[in-house]
Design a protein around this ligand. Structure first.
Ligand code: FE2
Length: 205
């Protein structure tokens, strides 16, 4: 049985405009998603062995597992695409692809930022449909509502308040998004695009 582990190798450091204290606090929450995903997997296995797979309790725990597991996975994509001082010239194919789709890279960027400003807790995710080559920006509510099966995440931005409230007030999401854009690991975005175009799963860590 798979046991999920905290992937220390993707923990960001030395970001610009996002403090280490912010990252450290956020990281603790990510650790919680890993722990809860493991715990719920065990709980579901135990309940199944007890013949309780069709109970309301099982159904409730199964829904919660979706929340925790999507939370874990999205945080891994998010932390994995944060690094300071990576020029967007590292993402030439990505810029070309979104320019074809939106007209300009800046138009895509504006749409992604607006996605992140959605009035809800959740995530802005730029994803590739590997079947059609389309690239679109999606808002994921909570962690689990709005993920499109089979779509390939290229850029993932956490916009829960916990992602920025060490550095900003509750109303500071726009400032956080500006800081996020100074810390995108464009090289990873480019690799994810190339993997997706080849219908290959990208490494999350
Ligand atoms: Fe988060």
């Amino acid at each position: 049985m798979t046991n999920y582990t905290v992937r220390q190798e993707i923990k960001p450091a030395n970001l610009s405009g996002i403090s280490q204290e912010q990252i450290d606090q956020h990281w603790k929450l990510y650790e919680g998603y890993v722990a809860q995903s493991n715990s719920l997997k065990e709980q579901l296995d135990s309940l199944r062995k007890e013949g309780k797979g069709d109970t309301p309790l099982f159904a409730d725990r199964r829904r919660r597992f979706g929340f925790e597991l999507c939370g874990m996975v999205l945080h891994e994509y998010y932390f994995g695409n944060l690094k300071s001082a990576v020029a967007d010239t590292s993402a030439a194919e990505f810029k070309k692809a979104v320019s074809e789709r939106w007209g300009t890279f800046e138009a895509w960027q504006e749409d992604f930022i607006n996605t992140g400003k959605s009035r809800s807790i959740g995530w802005a995710v730029c994803a590739l449909d590997p079947m059609t080559g389309d690239i679109n920006n999606h808002f994921i509510q909570l962690h689990e509502e709005g993920n499109v099966p089979g779509y390939h995440p290229l850029l993932v931005m956490d916009v829960w308040e916990h992602a920025y409230m060490v550095d900003h007030a509750a109303s500071g999401r726009p400032d956080y998004i500006k800081a996020f854009f100074q810390n995108i690991n464009w090289q990873i975005v480019e690799e994810r695009l190339k993997d997706g175009m080849q219908k290959t799963i990208s490494k999350r860590h």
